[in-house]
Design a protein around this ligand. Structure first.
Ligand code: NAP
Ligand code: GDD
Length: 344
């Protein structure tokens, strides 16, 4: 079996490539040149890097996507490439729309025109629920996007649903809730916290500076979520699935749990932007900065993944506390060994 992954240099690309190789797939991955030819998360794993066929290009380059699909004729495409940072999307909506909508359209059209039997996984998101109308959220929950990122993903979601129906394509949307890992990008809140805690463990006096501590999310482990992506493409019929843990936690709880991993207890003092997290001996370990708040917040997320559990047989193996432990312990080890830091 041949699989093509767009966005292979990101967090999910890393875990998905590993999963597919373990299943003896021939794996192709699209990577784009930035100021150098770095391969992001793949640079953290030489064996993985050597096992993947890298194709250099951009999802915005339609002729490149067309020729890639024509030449590779993959059995499965996992379309993960995106401008995936919600905060950045408020500042740069146009590039977010371009990459996330046009990029998806290029992949869909190329499959439709040149490789109709290819199965497509499209990475969509709980962000499409935005300001959720009900909690927990499942496949029937109305969408209410609250950021350019969420709007772009909703456009991609409907485009995939439309092509599936109009052209009989095997194309699915995974509606994935937040998932994190050791190789999470440094701008995302969980990695900011785990890395900040690891630095404090190693003697740093720099507090961790955060925005909205009360945002409620459903956080799972990326390794579990790429299994769900694969499962979606092994079904008899294409369909869309919600993937999450069914647990809800705040950013504040993530901070508290992360400090527990290094044996510290956080106490909160003050309110709003003056709130701080202090250690038992009164040291300020966490601060709040208004600039890190978003113009609109999307939260109160909790996944109802019943459909995935029943139809795919999928369950998350790692839940909140273990996830936090995995991330903090990894960063502590990484800092002491000066291991792969290309992403940080
Ligand atoms: P990520 O770490 O930010 O990775 C995004 C990937 O897209 C990177 O490989 C990036 O390449 C690539 N990319 C961006 N623009 C591109 C372009 N114009 N052409 C080609 N490649 C491009 O994201 P992730 O966490 O792995 O998430 C994977 C997908 O799932 C994304 O679509 C994201 O929106 C979606 N999603 C993620 C979560 C989550 O919690 N992680 C939840 C729901 C949905 P560079 O390395 O060159 O930047
Ligand atoms: N990034 C960041 N930095 N977020 C912060 C901070 C901070 O300093 N302080 C508080 N937050 C809050 C954000 O306001 C948000 O409510 C929450 O922490 C999580 O933010 P991110 O980690 O940036 O992730 P996200 O939820 O916005 O988006 C991620 O998950 C989506 C799934 O719901 C991304 O991976 C998206 O691509 C994905 O679709």
């Amino acid at each position: 079996m041949k699989a093509l992954i767009t966005g292979i240099t990101g967090q999910d690309g890393y875990f998905l490539a590993k999963l597919l190789l373990s299943k003896n797939y021939e794996v192709y991955g699209i990577a784009r040149r930035k100021s150098n030819m770095s391969l992001g998360t793949l640079d953290c794993d030489e064996t993985l890097k050597r096992s993947v066929n890298i194709l250099w290009g951009d999802v915005l380059d339609n002729p490149f996507i067309e020729s890639t699909i024509k030449q590779v004729k993959p059995d499965e495409v996992y379309h993960l490439a995106a401008q995936s940072f919600v905060g950045y999307s408020f500042e740069n909506p146009e590039v977010t729309y371009d990459v996330n909508i046009k990029g998806t359209l290029h992949v869909l059209n190329s499959i439709k025109d040149y490789s109709k039997s290819t199965r497509l996984y499209n990475a969509t998101t709980s962000e499409m629920f935005g300001k959720p109308q009900v909690t927990p959220q499942n496949e029937k929950t109305p969408f209410f996007p609250r950021s350019p990122y969420a709007i772009s993903k909703l456009a991609a979601y409907w485009t995939v649903a439309d092509y599936r129906e109009a052209y009989g394509m095997f194309a699915v949307n995974g509606i994935l809730f937040n998932h994190e890992s050791e190789v999470r990008g440094p701008e995302f809140v969980t990695k900011k916290i785990s890395l900040g805690v690891a630095k404090i463990y190693h003697g740093s006096h720099d507090p961790i500076v955060l925005g909205n501590l009360d945002a409620k999310k459903d956080w799972g482990y990326a390794r579990d979520y790429v299994e769900a992506m694969w499962m979606m493409l092994q079904q008899d019929k294409p369909d869309d699935y919600v993937i999450g843990t069914g647990e809800q936690h705040t950013v504040r709880e993530f901070v508290e749990e992360a400090f527990k991993v290094i044996g510290m207890t956080i106490r909160w003092k003050g309110e709003g932007v003056n709130e701080v997290g202090v250690s038992e001996d009164g040291r300020v370990l966490v601060k709040v900065d208004l600039r890190l708040f978003r113009p609109l917040e999307s939260d109160n997320y909790m996944a109802d993944y019943t459909k995935a559990r029943i139809k795919l047989g999928w369950e998350p193996a790692v839940k909140f506390k273990e996830l936090v432990k995995i991330m903090v312990e990894h960063d502590i080890k990484n800092l002491s060994q000066n291991h792969c830091f290309k992403r940080y």
